[in-house]
Design a protein around this ligand. Sequence first.
Ligand SMILES: [Zn+2]
Length: 96
Amino acid sequence: MPPKPKKVPMRMCVACREMKPKRDLLRVVVPAASGSNEAEYDPRGKTSGRGAYICRSEECLKKAAKTRALERALDCVLPERTLLALTKEAAERASE
Ligand SMILES: [Zn+2]
């Protein structure tokens, strides 16, 4: 059997609307188990619930904060701590 080409899963960033490989994006999820409407940063991408993706870039995070793209995509509340966690993650990647 010929080896199957590995498909890179692609997801859309809610801020710039570009399709990117999943690993280049940050996942935000409203955990199904939490019973609240608050979005959390999901570093492992494994939490079940309504999820959305955003670029690992401060530019897209700023844009999303301004336009409330994540809130609208997920119909959720985006707490300050989630935005901070995402911003920190983007900043860490940028300085690599
Ligand atoms: Zn983006």
